[in-house]
Design a protein around this ligand. Structure first.
Ligand code: NAD
Length: 353
């Protein structure tokens, strides 16, 4: 690659540290905010309430209604609740679903956001918003949705179940792996991608053995931040396109779908651009597809789409949808090759490559 590139960093303040979430009040004050609405999923409602209690005065309420796929009607309810309480910012505590709700509110109202991520999805550092209306999922990019402050506090991730830590971590690795061959990649995103993948590769096996290991939890969050940053800065292709198709049209679960597809999509593209995926080979050993497959298996990831409600007869339609609109990918794609790749992922087969 030449040194002819353009790089735009996003302006969010990133705060790292064990116990750093105790400082939310300080960051609220920096933003000039006095009335925070805490957002969470129903599952993390108690954590949201505890955070609001710790915040004291500046927390005016909790909206524990965040849900998968950011439905517009939930966003509208959350905005109505924020208006009722006269909230002047949101504090999103949770994974991509909760972050998505805060971003959807900011898109419509410009409300400032502080995000405290508790998974490795990476949405908190991207200008991307996916939302659903009438069952249709649409995705947009806007700097308006970027959170102002992101607080990475590994103490809040020790409760992330091991199975979710594994799939969420592989979801993060997917952002960086695709970033390595993105047409608009640059030396900074390449550096972040390789470092992010390495951090997760080192952290995840330790988390599987010892979910409370704070050093590993911190390293995984660090990797997640880097991988999310890559996702937010360069274009994604085959892998994200297929996962979007499977999640959007067949309702397969987000992180699990990414985890299962990763060795297959990256293995497919490695045949065209092995030199760009060299960092993946260096980190996992072997070819990118096999290295990722063996790693995912070794940490107990789900390996087959057939275990997630997708029937073999769905694969034809999935291949058709995923190849309907052309997009940039380092290896040319056609319906037949994608159908065959999906068959391998459906069966959970290790690539011969
Ligand atoms: P999630 O936010 O849907 O969380 C899944 C479940 O795990 C929820 O019930 C949540 O409350 C719970 N959970 C989260 N953290 C926990 C913890 N530490 N301990 C216990 N339970 C916890 O899952 P996700 O994978 O983080 O996010 C997926 C969503 O994010 C998808 O809708 C995806 O499209 C979106 N996403 C968006 C972007 C973007 O840039 N816009 C990037 C990545 C993901």
């Amino acid at each position: 690659m030449t040194m002819n590139f353009s790089y735009q960093g996003n302006a969010a303040r990133i705060v790292f540290g064990l116990g750093a979430s105790a400082d939310v009040g300080r960051w609220l004050a920096e933003l000039g905010c006095k009335r925070a609405l805490v957002l969470s999923t129903p599952h993390q409602a108690a954590d949201g309430e505890a955070l609001a209690k710790r915040l004291g005065g500046p927390a005016v309420g909790v909206f524990p209604g965040a849900t998968m796929h950011t439905p517009v009607e939930v966003t509208e309810r959350a905005i109505a609740h924020a208006t009722e309480l006269d909230a002047d910012c949101v504090v999103s505590l949770g994974g991509g679903s909760t972050t998505g709700l805060g971003k959807a509110m900011a898109y419509r109202t410009d409300i400032p956001q502080i995000v405290i991520p508790t998974t490795y999805a990476g949405s908190e550092v991207t200008p991307i918003l996916g939302q659903t209306e009438g069952g249709i999922k649409t995705t947009l990019r806007s700097p308006k949705v970027l959170p102002e402050v992101v607080i990475y506090d590994a103490e809040l991730t020790v409760g992330l179940p091991v199975a979710m830590s594994v799939t969420s971590g592989l979801n993060a690795i997917a952002h960086s792996a695709e970033g390595l061959y993105a047409g608009d990649r640059n030396p900074i995103t390449n550096m972040m991608a390789a470092d992010g993948i390495r951090a997760l590769k080192e952290a995840l096996p330790v988390i599987v053995e010892k979910p409370q290991d704070m050093e590993a939890r911190e390293k995984a969050l660090y990797g997640a931040w880097l991988c999310g940053t890559v996702l937010g800065q360069v274009a994604m292709s085959l892998h994200h396109k297929i996962c979007h198709t499977l999640g959007g049209s067949f309702d397969t679960p987000h992180a699990e779908t990414h985890a299962i597809m990763l060795p297959h999509t990256i293995g497919f593209n490695a045949a065209a651009v092995p030199e760009l995926l060299q960092p993946v080979s260096d980190i996992f050993g072997g070819t990118p597809g096999q290295g990722l497959y063996d790693f995912a298996k070794s940490i107990g990831s789900p390996m087959a789409l057939r275990d997630f409600g997708l029937s073999e007869s769905d694969l034809d339609r999935a291949a058709e949808i995923a190849t309907r609109n052309p997009y940039d990918n380092p290896r040319p794609i056609d319906r037949e090759s994608i159908r065959s790749l999906l068959q391998d992922a459906w069966e959970g087969r290790r690539l011969p490559l």
